[in-house]
Write a protein of this length. Structure first.
Length: 374
């Protein structure tokens, strides 16, 4: 199985290399800074893999990855279609760009992608009901006596200054984004269910670029939101890793090791049901459902057993009972569907990146078999 994963990574690297080679030949003029431009692009790509925590490289990587997103791909094709002037527009590229925008902005497509991704959460829940019925001492499927930490995956608290997301605030007196507040509330709800274990609560939504006073205001706002919902102040940690899952895994493993709470389970089998595995400490992971698979497997790959608590579920539970007109409305493109499709596609690219870096387990380890789910 290790050979299969090695070959898979090799094929992915070869595919990425061929694509980059084609890009370089197609878009960089041979007589104008060919070697310099190519070297700079390759250096940035290499830097993104060698120094993933470097913010400068991350910003440049956003520009390089832009053509790989639905909107970025459409804009790139439209620019190329006009590269020979207004009178010689490449109609084929314009058509492809319009098709990308049309289908990626269609709620029907967005719903299908999200249902497929979030369906894994439901499958994991059903799988754990079967596999853990006599393994995990649980209340509501959560191994209460072994949950020593809750990790909330959030954006950096000052990320609204750096991105074009145009995030709003929950109200005039609260500097936190409403999405972050919702995740914090979800974490507080989980804490109330496992409070007897008195777990630590780590929030990866600390400020990174603010001044000292602003950092303290943002951190205190996060703590206040949690304490107002019943989480003890002494149990709260606020970090600035944001949505950097790998950085969060490293931080959490180091923290649990320092506290004497990290117990690495046996890794001889994809799902070990031995007594040692049953008694291993767990981390409850509060994260958006779209990124839960990658996040949970990244934790498991580093020996941290996870109980998944997905948030921001977009799919509709049960059969779709909407009226015919409502279903027909799913054929009309809108910007919300484009945002959702882009999030799905970005998560897919991130998963490929994590797999290439070796931060995810082999294909033989299915996440619904190794991750307990609320």
């Amino acid at each position: 199985m290790d050979i299969l994963n090695l070959l898979t990574r090799l094929l992915l690297w070869l595919g990425i290399g061929y694509f980059l080679w084609w890009i370089l030949k197609k878009f960089i003029p041979a007589n104008f800074l060919t070697w310099f431009g190519g070297a700079m692009i390759l250096a940035l790509i290499a830097g993104a893999f060698l120094f993933p925590e470097d913010n400068t490289i991350g910003v440049f990587w956003e520009f390089l990855a832009f053509p790989l997103t639905p909107l970025g791909g459409a804009i790139t094709l439209l620019i190329l279609a006009l590269s020979n002037g207004m009178k010689k527009v490449n109609g084929r590229m314009v058509m492809v760009a319009l098709l990308i925008l049309f289908f990626c902005s269609m709620p029907l497509v967005a719903r299908a992608l999200v249902n497929q991704s979030e369906g894994a959460v439901q499958r994991a829940y059903a799988s754990q009901q079967r596999l853990c019925s006599d393994i995990c001492p649980a209340i509501d499927q959560v191994p209460v006596d072994r949950a020593v930490s809750i990790v909330v995956i959030g954006e950096n608290a000052d990320a609204y200054r750096l991105t074009n997301a145009l995030n709003s605030r929950i109200d005039a007196d609260n500097p936190l984004d409403p999405v972050l507040v919702a995740r914090l509330n979800s974490a507080a709800n989980v804490y109330s269910r496992i409070s007897q274990a008195r777990p630590f609560v780590t929030v990866t939504a600390g400020p990174r670029y603010s001044s000292g006073d602003e950092q303290e205001v943002l951190r205190q706002a996060i703590r206040n939101q949690l304490t107002s919902r019943g989480v003890p102040a002494e149990s709260i940690r606020v970090e600035n890793t944001g949505t950097d899952i790998h950085g969060t895994v490293t931080d959490q493993k180091d923290f649990l090791t320092e506290q004497g709470l990290f117990t690495e389970p046996p890794r001889s089998e994809p799902l070990d049901t031995s007594r040692a595995n049953r008694e291993a400490n767990r981390v409850v992971l509060v994260a958006p459902a779209l990124m839960m698979r990658r996040a949970a497997l990244a934790f498991e790959n580093d020996g941290i057993q996870v109980v998944a608590a997905p948030t921001e579920l977009y799919s509709t539970p049960g059969p779709d009972s909407r009226e015919t007109l409502a279903r027909l409305a799913d054929l009309a493109p809108n910007v919300n569907a484009l945002v959702l499709t882009t999030r799905y596609w970005s998560e897919l690219l991130n998963s490929i990146y994590y797999f290439l870096r070796g931060w995810l387990p082999p294909f033989s380890m299915q996440w619904e078999q190794v991750v307990e789910t609320i």
